[in-house]
Design a protein around this ligand. Structure first.
Ligand code: THU
Length: 157
């Protein structure tokens, strides 16, 4: 038997002032997108913005349904929109912003397990990592370099 361990690294910025203007703009687009979320059941709005390598920004937001599992998270709405409308595009960054009192004041809304699996497959398709940028509820910004920092032992690895 071999005992093994994994270490993940990520960056935490105290506030938006610490990140680049470009990243601030990307988070701003996600913030705008969350206003159009359809979240009458959870009242928890999530916005996602995807920066493509050519500079295009594609956004998404959570879309709920009275048959709860039929809804979809903001991240997947945005990523599938890229797949549908920009086939072959290379994704550089996925930015996420949330609003609502479902979570604690200092929570960081990191993507759910299903979204992580979808980010992972997007990386596989483009054979390049996707950076993940999250604006915490308290103004902190968290940055991951790739999906497997959030999803170790991803299915299909
Ligand atoms: N949600 C997202 O859109 N992204 C996440 O990362 C977590 C959860 C949505 C799903 C649902 O519409 C609402 O937030 C409450 O779970």
């Amino acid at each position: 038997m071999k005992k093994k361990s994994l270490l993940i690294e990520y960056n935490e910025y105290d506030s938006l002032q610490e990140i680049s203007l470009k990243d601030r703009e990307l988070l701003e687009r996600a913030k705008e997108a969350l206003e159009n979320a359809y979240a009458p059941y959870s009242k928890f709005r999530v916005g996602a913005s995807v920066l493509l390598q050519d500079g295009t920004i594609v956004t998404g937001n959570n879309q709920e349904n009275i048959a709860y599992p039929s809804g979809l998270c903001a991240e997947r709405v945005a990523l599938f929109s890229v797949g549908a409308n920009f086939p072959g595009a290379v994704i550089d960054t996925l930015a996420i912003v949330a609003k609502g009192d479902l979570v604690k004041e200092d929570a960081v809304i990191s993507p759910c397990g299903s979204c992580r699996q979808v980010i992972f497959e997007s990386e596989k398709r483009q054979t390049a990592p996707i950076r993940i940028l999250i604006l915490g509820m308290d103004g902190r910004v968290i940055e991951f370099k790739k999906s497997t920092d959030l999803l170790t032992f991803a299915f299909g690895l």
